[in-house]
Design a protein around this ligand. Sequence first.
Ligand SMILES: Cc1cc2nc3c(=O)[nH]c(=O)nc-3n(C[C@H](O)[C@H](O)[C@H](O)COP(=O)(O)OP(=O)(O)OC[C@H]3O[C@@H](n4cnc5c(N)ncnc54)[C@H](O)[C@@H]3O)c2cc1C
Length: 401
Amino acid sequence: MAAKADPILVVGGGLGGAAAALALGRKGFSVRVLEQAPEFGVIGYGIQLGPNVFPMFDRLGVRDAVLAKSIVPNAILMIDSVDAGEIARIPTGDSFLKRFGNPYIVIHRVDLHRILLDACASVPDIELMPLTSAAAYEDLGDRVRLRTEDDRTLDGSAVIGADGLRSTIRTQMLDEGEPRMIGYVAHRTIVPMAEVRADVHREAVVLWSGPGFHIVHYPLRDGTLFNIVAVFRTSTYAEKGDAAGYRAELNRTYRDSHPAMRSLLAMMDLDRRWAISDRDPMRHWSRGRVTLLGDAAHPTLQSLAQGACMAIEDALCLAEFMEQAGGDFESAFRRYESARYLRTARVQYESRYLWDNTYHLDGIEREVMREMWAGRGEQDMFDCLAWLYDGFALPEKRAAV
Ligand SMILES: Cc1cc2nc3c(=O)[nH]c(=O)nc-3n(C[C@H](O)[C@H](O)[C@H](O)COP(=O)(O)OP(=O)(O)OC[C@H]3O[C@@H](n4cnc5c(N)ncnc54)[C@H](O)[C@@H]3O)c2cc1C
């Protein structure tokens, strides 16, 4: 048996790691969260969260705090990048709330992170360890030993690798290659709302769709800020460039786009870009006392805006099984994977499908896609999304004997 004092070691203090720490801490586990960065949760852009994440926030006791920092958009719109015609509309107002029982929101990641971290700070047995980068683990059978990049060792009763797309824990566990690069990159920016042109939608989540590119935008922080993500296909996706080179590339890629869309591109901060990637789904992402969570387990393209939602659902599911396991974490991890892999795999596959067959089409395929979407009403949209937005049934709590 693991010594009772051995904490659970969560590697990575992103949204998934913070949610896992809070869920476990609230259940009475002692938890240490290792984060490579000097501070937890200080960087980030906007994030969309589907209604499926709210039952998780209820369990964590943070629903009201999250809602207080969120905006509920009036719709999710897909708009054509050239003629600005509406391709698809999902209303996210009253009818959405009535159908799904919870809202669709947008929030600044830093605000969401802060809420989770403040909640962690109120639980005595959660220790946040910044500037602590996990290098390798050793499963000793009765406990796990983690070595950090600066050669410290930490013992724990279990390790949860919540260390994102390029997870060190996953790499050691599965010995596989790089994530699947798809040849697209993203630039992200937040600008003051006052700088946004009047003919740009401000109260909706908007996806401008074009051949080989898209832009997503939405309001943040009481409508004072505007979040913009520009995504496009480029042969330079794997190269490091400079802002001037990126600017020329953006101008080339979006040259035929609608003027409102181009006005947003002019505001993009081009200091940094993200190469878009994912991995194939798996059934198993645990070995012995070590498991994975969130992007480390099932990284997905952003098409459904659900990567963080899945990480938070994972966190609550995992905590429930760990509580029920009476210390047998290996069996808790098997039950957790088996409960989660199909839902997360569907997010991965449907995201790929939307990416390739809806958002970025060209030519006649694009015209056919537009015609297909034009026939879909509100109810059709809700029905399509029910598998996702109706939520994930957390494992039943076991009755006390
Ligand atoms: C452009 C874009 C838009 C997106 N939009 C949305 C959206 O609207 N809605 C949504 O739900 N999802 C969205 N996502 C996906 C979402 O960002 C991720 O799925 C989510 O952040 C995953 O959370 P995570 O905690 O698993 O990993 P991460 O957020 O990647 O966190 C991992 C953490 O681990 C730390 N770390 C890494 N290695 C180590 C190590 N060796 N030791 C210690 N710490 C380490 C990192 O510093 C980081 O803090 C988007 C992604 C992108 C790229």
